[in-house]
Design a protein around this ligand. Sequence first.
Ligand code: 13P
Length: 338
Amino acid sequence: MDKKILNQIASQMVSESKGILAMDESHGTCEKRFNALGITVNEENRRSYRDMLVTAESLPKYISGAILFDETIKQKISEGTNFPDFLNKIGILPGIKVDTGAKPFSCHENEKITEGLDNLPQRMEEYKSLGAKFAKWRAVITIADNIPSSACMIANSHALARYASICQEFDIVPIVEPEVLMDGSHDIHKCFNVTNTMQSILFEELDKLDVVNSGIILKPNMITSGANCEVQSDTNEIAELTVKCLGNNVPKDVPGIAFLSGGQSDEDASNNLNEINKLNNNPWKVTFSYGRALQLEAMKKWNGDNNNNLEAQKIISKRSYLNSLAASGKYELSMENQ
Ligand code: 13P
């Protein structure tokens, strides 16, 4: 492990108000998104859709890294270059999702444990040889009656720490993602309490396994009301509680925090990130690592037809630009219509 290399990569991932494009949907998730739009699900469509995303002309101005799926890191863009080589050439760091998904957690109904530690060192070696500079592992925590259990938060945090340690052995920066889902009718205070507990357990586990803070990126949820909660919090409360939670738990030597969008609308994801940046006076950079809130409108415009590439690329470029402004507190809702 080379701490200097890890810190250089992690710092680059969150520098210049750039953010990370999460384009690492598993086959199942990609199928769900394509099906919803009536796009034919096959390998070539997954490849050409992602080709459209990464070849959007102004992307490298706003995006520092792109998280790829196992299939994509081994594919080529249309001009014949491998995805990771192309990304490196245009100044975007290639990353790779390495967890194998959230599976039912033994003896804990309705809870999930993320798997993927088996053979991880061997897979990491392969991904490194393919050009990956960072990786991602997502733990999923659900809020409902009597859950999450401590057991679920401890097991997922321990797995995240094992994963992060293996990444660092290979000088690959781990994105550590403890996602507390927005699903449910809980209020924002419940979300705060669960996220606060999860992040506290997570940083304890990372510390126990000697994971180097200066060589990780945290990818958390924002603190919001549940999607079905009758009272939806405003952006000021979201920003205030999110910064408070991070301030309680994230060590100061973590270089950056890159939020997931979690099902928020494009505008909410940008606006909330903007308010969080206005409030944050901790040393870590605070940016985005969005999937849906960067891609969904572009995917709709593309619609399985490469003749729509230019129009779809305008949309992904615009969302990347607006989120990059939000990563420095310079976004305004009125910009959406310009
Ligand atoms: P969303 O921004 O769509 O939540 O996805 C981010 C991600 O990478 C989830 O693992």
